[in-house]
Design a protein around this ligand. Sequence first.
Ligand code: CMP
Length: 136
Amino acid sequence: MSQERTLSIIKPDGVQKNVIGECLRRFEQAGLKIAGVRMLQLSKNQAEEFYAVHRGRPFYESLVTYMTSGPVVASVLVGDNAVLKNREIMGATDPKKAAPGTIRRDLADSIEANVVHGSDSVENAKIEIRFFFPEL
Ligand code: CMP
């Protein structure tokens, strides 16, 4: 087991649905520590930069519009295998394919409005944490 850090975002639909506490509770209950948390409104430029890897994909423009539609809550999660653990807690990107008991299966409406984002690797976690928490 390795101590890792990963980035979580509770997306605009999660904030709107009043499930910030529910998401953070699930992270903590799984043994992850919250090392930083910040609510912010992403600008169009910031959302485009954060999701630059998806530029050119059919859902990119809509994703940027959605991610800037309201505040988000970014957090740094720390723990054993935090990247994978967070992905297990979130479930598959498409809530219809997510396992029962995961955030996306329980709380998400669509593949776009899927409540949470989580880093997909230790390398990307470093980049994403720096994006939201340059001081950490
Ligand atoms: P996330 O894990 O934040 O990574 C990219 C996001 O794009 C994804 O969650 C969804 O919110 C959104 N998205 C919309 N449509 C798709 C799609 N067809 N495949 C993957 N991601 C999508």
